[in-house]
Design a protein around this ligand. Structure first.
Ligand SMILES: Cc1cc2nc3c(=O)[nH]c(=O)nc-3n(C[C@H](O)[C@H](O)[C@H](O)COP(=O)(O)O)c2cc1C
Length: 191
């Protein structure tokens, strides 16, 4: 089978647990903008407990094991992060902390597509730059372009949560295409 026909699996994450989250809606929009032979599964972080080394020693919780498994199966990640107090939400950082532990960290060396949505005029830019710093530690490789900040998010989605902003859609499409290109190159390099 030609590599172009091999499925690329992307795991989608957001730090928002909110039902009507703009960032979750952005990931939903991404599902409709995927290149050929690409899948995007949005992973749920709502049942991941707070990281605690005592809990870890007693045994990794099932929800974390499931998350690690899903991330292992993924070729790349797509994160749409909210901005909380100029940084990333604890839900997202907590999930990264859990999966960064041990010898089998499932995100190490994988490519990451990054976006953010916020009602503010900056669209979550500061959170993205904090997330980029965390990526260094876990060797997640965020793409530099296109940068996607869905600013004034309350005006960019309709009442059903559909992304209606054509510029944002075009950029997400571009980001996904770039992400898939990187994964296919990585596969070639790794044989
Ligand atoms: C604790 C808290 C802190 C926030 N801080 C910021 C901030 O620093 N910058 C910003 O743009 N929005 C901030 N917001 C607003 C969020 O961007 C907004 O709630 C957004 O809708 C959250 O993403 P979601 O729609 O995916 O849940 C904050 C919200 C909360 C709850």
């Amino acid at each position: 089978m030609a590599d172009k026909e091999k499925i690329v699996k992307i795991a989608g994450l957001t730090g928002s647990l909110r039902k009507n989250s703009y960032n979750k809606a952005a990931l939903m929009a991404a599902k409709k903008l995927l290149p050929e032979n690409t899948e995007l599964e949005i992973l749920d972080l709502s049942d991941i407990p707070f990281f605690n080394e005592d809990v870890e020693e007693e045994g990794i919780p099932d929800s974390v094991l499931r998350l690690k498994e899903k991330l292992s199966e993924a070729d790349a990640l797509l994160i749409s992060t909210p901005e909380y107090n100029y940084s990333i939400p604890p839900v997202l950082k907590n999930a990264i902390d859990w999966v960064s532990r041990g010898d089998d960290t499932p995100i190490y060396g994988k490519y990451l597509g990054l976006l953010s949505a916020s009602p503010s005029p900056l669209g979550g830019a500061r959170a993205q730059y904090h997330l980029r710093q965390v990526c260094v530690c876990v060797n997640l490789i965020p793409l530099n372009e296109p940068e996607i900040f869905i600013a004034s998010a309350h005006t960019k989605f309709d009442e059903k949560g559909e992304l209606k902003d054509e510029t944002a859609k075009e950029l997400i499409k571009e980001l996904l295409a770039e992400l898939v290109k990187k994964v296919r190159c990585q596969r070639e390099e790794n044989g």
